[in-house]
Design a protein around this ligand. Structure first.
Ligand code: GLC
Ligand code: CA
Length: 568
């Protein structure tokens, strides 16, 4: 590993020499998000400043300089509103306040100011589908059948002594919970503590849109819309079809046919978009909807481009296989999506194991992490990073059931260990508790042992580290016209091991990106004449292996090698 590191150091230096001075092209102001790199922050785990073991808003503020230096344009902060924290913030009990665990509204305002001063935008999480069962709306709703807010949630009578139908919760077992106070069941797609709102009730929409305005008035740059494909359910309560087999919770597998992707979600998208469009600064909407294919994903942009600007691509996020053919297909598909929408992609987030392990082969994980970073930051679209991925942070799952914090991991143990593994504290330094919190404090999740070497401080000092590689890539991305404005075209399409694509701007160099997704050296012959590129030589702008000039007729790429090659 050490040797690779020192060789890679050379490559990172090459970048500085070859990159033209800050030539950052301007996206039209309303499309700032096309040039932005978005960084997801899980506030519990980023930086603890008051030493209670949980991250806070002041912590995020303190680390803005790090993010600026890294090359981040926008942060998406997962929910930090008041919450009983059953689903660690995704169970909200007040949409217009800050959870005292994370700080105060003044802390939030300071964070906004500090971010603005660094030209970093702040994107909030918007949980429309459900509230906490402790939200005053739900407390009222459950109090009696005649309460004016009864219809704000989905209440139904049981059937044959059981729940109204066979719908299942994402987190295991029935999606209905009997409430003894009125003898009716309420519906919850997620935890029982997260009752679904009734989006067919206009009062619900009004109340939620008021919350949106509250944050827009504070100058937020947009919203990541949580679980938005689940806003509506079949009013006739048809049973969902069963699929073969059982899931980790021991339930029969089911297709969420009647609770997912109902056409009415698009009415809500349009309303939310129309609302945010009335604000200055062109706020952006990102949708969390794990659509099964590109046609379904494409609908999220809206038939007239009037819904979400950045639907997250879960086909790419869930590829789960280091395969040139698979990634070529997925990136080609999103590039030519029927709506002509701008792609948004990511490899890690707070709901799935980190990419270092998920794509690593157990031997070349650091090299592969750099390869994945190259794909993420040179493809055409808006990349979304997850805190710590730039370090090669690992998934560190609990080893004992009694240590699990995510309820899903308790219900599903041992098959489903929940999501604690990808939510461990950010690793800032080699010291005990990694600079996330004081050495004497018990952090809400343990700091992984790998933090001794995998941390910001150590990696900044190592030119061959994953972090140094990310920095070089981000710099390239922000300065190369090919990466800012260039088109995308995959080339050498029959190659089963190496995924290659060209990024060509109207004016300036094209960049050829070559990603060897195999464990063997590959020799690639590029014939780019049909792409209007006459030259047969190229220069390495950045690579995760040692190389300078390349002969395009015979490019040798080592195992898991990634190269960004300047051509023409
Ligand atoms: C989204 C969030 C996840 C949460 C769920 C319910 O999928 O990303 O963390 O548990 O919605 O809000
Ligand atoms: Ca719902």
């Amino acid at each position: 590993m050490k040797m690779i590191s020192s060789l890679l150091g050379l490559c990172a230096c090459t970048v500085a020499l070859l990159t033209p001075p800050a030539a950052r092209a301007q996206a039209t102001p309303d499309e700032w998000w096309k040039h932005a790199v978005i960084y997801e922050i899980y506030p519990r785990s980023f930086q603890d400043t008051n030493h209670d073991g949980t991250g806070d808003l002041k912590g995020i503020e303190q680390r803005l300089d790090y993010l600026k230096e890294l090359g981040i344009d926008a942060i998406w902060i997962t929910p930090m509103y008041p919450s009983p924290q059953v689903d660690f913030g995704y169970d909200i009990k007040d949409y217009e306040a800050i959870d005292p665990q994370y700080g105060t509204m003044a802390d939030f305002d300071n964070l906004m100011k500090a971010a603005k001063a660094r030209n970093i935008r702040v994107i909030m999480d918007l949980v429309l589908n459900h509230t906490s069962d402790q939200h005053p709306w739900f407390l009222e709703s459950r109090s009696s059948k005649t309460n004016p807010k009864r219809d704000w949630y989905i209440w139904r009578d049981g059937k044959n002594g059981g729940p109204p139908n066979n719908w299942q919760s994402w987190f295991g077992h029935s999606a209905w919970k009997l409430d003894p106070a009125t003898g009716q069941y309420y519906y919850h797609y997620f935890y029982t503590e997260q009752p679904d709102l009734n989006w067919r009730n206009p009062e619900v929409r009004k109340a939620m849109y008021a919350a949106l305005r509250f944050w827009l008035d504070k100058g937020v740059a947009g919203f990541r819309m949580d679980a938005v494909s689940r806003l509506f359910e079949d009013p006739d309560l048809h049973d969902d079809p069963y699929l073969p087999g059982y899931n980790a919770f021991g339930d029969r597998n089911i297709q969420h046919k009647y609770t997912d992707d109902l056409p009415e979600i698009h009415d809500v998208f349009k309303e939310v978009r129309a609302l945010v469009d009335t604000y200055p600064g062109h706020p952006v909407l990102m949708s969390e909807a794990d659509e099964p294919n590109i046609e379904a994903l494409s609908k999220m942009y809206g038939a007239k481009g009037d819904e979400t600007q950045l639907p997250m691509d879960f086909q790419i996020a869930d590829a789960n296989e280091l395969s040139a053919g698979k990634f070529r297909k997925l990136f080609d598909e999103v590039e030519t999506n029927p709506a002509g929408g701008w792609p948004e992609f990511f490899f890690s987030n707070h709901d799935q194991p980190r990419q270092w392990d998920r794509y690593g082969d157990g031997k070349h994980n650091d090299q592969i992490a750099k390869l994945m970073a190259t794909l993420e930051l040179t493809a055409r679209g808006t990349p979304q990073m997850y805190y710590g991925e730039e370090l090669g942070m690992r998934t560190t799952e609990p080893t004992r059931k009694e240590d699990v914090r995510d309820p899903e991991g308790i219900t599903g143990w041992p098959k489903e260990k929940g999501r604690d593994g990808e939510r461990t504290p950010m690793q800032w330094t080699p010291e005990p508790n990694s600079g996330f919190t004081g050495a004497e404090v018990k952090p809400w999740l343990p700091v992984p042992p790998s933090a001794k070497t995998v941390n910001v401080k150590s990696e900044l000092a190592d030119p061959g580290s994953i972090l140094s590689f990310y920095k070089a890539l981000l710099k390239l991305r922000h300065t190369e016209p090919a990466l800012l404005e260039g088109n995308y075209k995959s080339v050498d399409k029959e190659n089963a091991e190496v995924f290659s694509y060209l990024r060509c701007p109207k004016v300036g160099n094209c960049l050829l990106v070559a990603l060897n997704m195999s464990s063997k050296t590959q020799a690639v012959h590029y014939d780019l004449k049909t792409e209007g590129i006459a030259t047969t030589s190229g220069e390495i702008a950045l690579a995760n292996y040692r190389a300078e000039k390349v002969d395009l007729k015979q490019v040798e790429i080592p195992a898991f090698g990634a190269a960004v090659i300047r051509v023409r």
